[in-house]
Write a protein that binds this ligand. Structure first.
Ligand code: ATP
Length: 517
């Protein structure tokens, strides 16, 4: 029961997060006015800032602050030969299961993971003429509570015009064999491979000769440009090439908001090394990457480095860690850190006939470098940041009365807006002028937001809800009206503690910049 309670409160939490994301402009459904397109999302004005802050911080740490890494930006479309050589054309598949009745498609592991329960749910519904009917449904789900929720969704689809009255659940039983459809209880087909790459055609003819794919990962551009980058950067092993960019996967079942999308961004580093350095560097990068997540505000107790067992690992990998985070919908992967040996470069060398060897001037050896790859998802990390930041607490309102507050406790480094500036009253010209002066003062150093409308308490709340860590208020004391020693000072309010301090305007940049970097 406790498990069910937790699960439903986590579901509830996720619903609140999704709704806040839309309400405040973090994330919208793509093409929403046309009914959306499954697995595709748009980032609004705050979402795009959060995403940029994350990518910029990754770039700063992985490229700018290191001597041994350079960046690149590859094209999304590449010669089809790349995908043949890398193995993606033949093997970038997920096992897919289809319902024989409603034709819904599932990823095979999703069925076995999510359907321990099956039940007959009898929904009592009222028709337009007031008569009541029993609608029997076959439903599968991850728990008894989940079965009830799914029954409601199914009911809406089979009887969109009827009014729900009540439901009773019969014959709930564990279905470890997982042989029935999650949605309609129909029989399922056996698993067959489904390639996740989106096909497209380059040029005016649409046939096999012009076929290629939208890249399902950014890494391959790095491997095929390895020689060019090596020659111009004149780096010695070990060294890395980093890239941030879009990737596309025709996921069978996109879900959990942006967690599994069909278009997403990756931040990938290919760190090339000598064969004997591979295992040690795998450990090194796992630790570095864990530190990265802590630095952006994910607490260590919610991060896990799972050692991927032999049977789950790609055959060419000698060791892989999945860095996982405890999302409200369960523990899930944020990033893979894999020691991929010399597999990728060797494949491309064989297929292209071009040497991708490295010449070591000291030992005079020529060999294919090995590679360790930390591969992170931008969208998944943004989602983790939002889930982690979301909190509800108590705060005083305009009249000093305590009330519920929704706050996004982003690390200031990640927060979309760093500082909000408020004149206490919008109809007092000297307050407004001073506040606008402060906006101009801060603008070269951070993203600031000016707001003059509504009671000051309400303005604070609006900023709390979008995670702005600092608020600056210009009041009559700023103008030196009550106490001349307070002339040109402002109130600086911190979002989480709600503590207020008096700071001189001339010290604001110096006070805030170290806290947001
Ligand atoms: P999963 O097992 O969850 O499908 P994966 O192991 O296939 O992920 P990788 O191929 O290792 O993922 O990709 C590296 C990273 O790219 C993942 O850790 C994740 O952050 C991100 N990623 C992969 N697929 C998706 C997706 N469909 N939506 C959003 N991010 C994704």
């Amino acid at each position: 029961m406790a498990e069910i309670m937790n699960k439903s409160s986590d579901t509830h939490r996720m619903e609140k997060i999704v709704s806040l994301c839309k309400r405040r402009g973090f994330i919208f459904q793509s093409s929403e006015i046309y009914g959306g397109l499954n697995g595709l999302w748009d980032y609004g004005s705050l979402g795009v800032e959060l995403k940029r802050n994350l990518k910029n911080y990754w770039w700063r740490l992985m490229v700018h602050e290191r001597d041994d890494v350079v960046g690149m930006d590859g094209s999304i479309l590449m010669n089809r030969a790349v995908w043949k050589a890398s193995g993606h054309e033949d093997t970038f598949t997920d096992p897919m299961i289809e319902c024989m009745q409603c034709k819904r498609r599932y990823k095979a592991d999703q069925i076995s993971r999510e359907v321990p329960y099956h039940a007959t749910v009898n929904v009592i519904a009222k028709a337009d003429d007031g008569s009541e009917h029993v609608i029997p449904l076959q439903v599968g789900g991850s728990s008894a509570e989940d079965v009830r929720q799914k029954a409601r969704v199914q009911f809406r689809c089979v009887a969109p015009n009827a009014t729900f009255v009540s439901m009773s659940v019969e014959n709930a039983k564990k279905d470890t064999a997982a042989t029935l459809c999650l949605f309609c209880g129909g029989d399922l087909s056996g698993a067959r491979p489904f390639n996740l790459m989106f096909k497209t055609y380059v040029g005016a003819t649409e046939d096999e000769s012009s076929l290629t794919y939208l890249r399902p990962e950014t890494a391959q551009a790095i491997f095929v440009q390895f020689k060019n980058v090596l020659e111009v950067s004149r780096k010695k092993l070990p060294f890395g090439i980093a890239q941030i960019g879009k990737a596309f996967r025709n996921e069978i079942n996109p879900r959990n908001f942006t967690f599994r999308s069909r278009e997403f961004e990756q931040m990938e580093l290919e760190y090339f090394c000598r064969p004997e350095q591979g295992m040690k560097l795998l450990e090194y990068w796992k630790e570095e990457r864990l530190k990265f997540y802590e630095n952006i505000g994910i607490p260590p107790e919610k991060l896990h480095a799972r050692e991927v067992p032999d049977e789950e690992r790609a055959f060419y990998s000698k060791g892989t860690y999945d860095i996982e985070y405890d999302f409200p919908f369960g523990r899930q992967e944020l990033e893979g850190v894999a020691y991929r040996t010399d597999y990728d470069l060797l494949q491309h060398q064989k297929a292209s006939g071009k040497s991708l060897e490295y010449f070591d001037e000291e030992t005079k050896q020529r060999f294919i470098p090995h590679v360790v790859e930390p591969s992170a998802g931008v969208d998944r990390t943004v989602l983790a940041l939002i889930c982690e930041a979301y909190a509800e607490d108590q705060a005083p309102d305009e009249k000093g009365k305590m009330g519920a507050r929704v706050v996004l406790r982003f690390h200031p480094r990640m927060a979309p807006i760093k500082c909000a500036v408020f004149p206490l009253l919008k109809n007092k010209e000297p307050l407004v002028a001073k506040a606008k002066e402060i906006v101009e003062l801060l603008r070269p150093h951070m993203y600031v937001f000016y707001d003059e409308s509504g009671a000051i308490g309400r303005r604070y709340r609006r900023q709390d809800e979008i995670g702005t860590p600092f608020g600056v208020t210009v009041d009559f004391e700023t103008l030196g009206e009550k106490d001349s020693s307070l002339l040109n000072t402002v109130t600086l309010r911190e979002r989480d503690s709600m503590k207020q301090e008096r700071v001189a305007i001339k010290d604001l940049v110096e006070t805030l910049t170290p806290r947001i970097r």
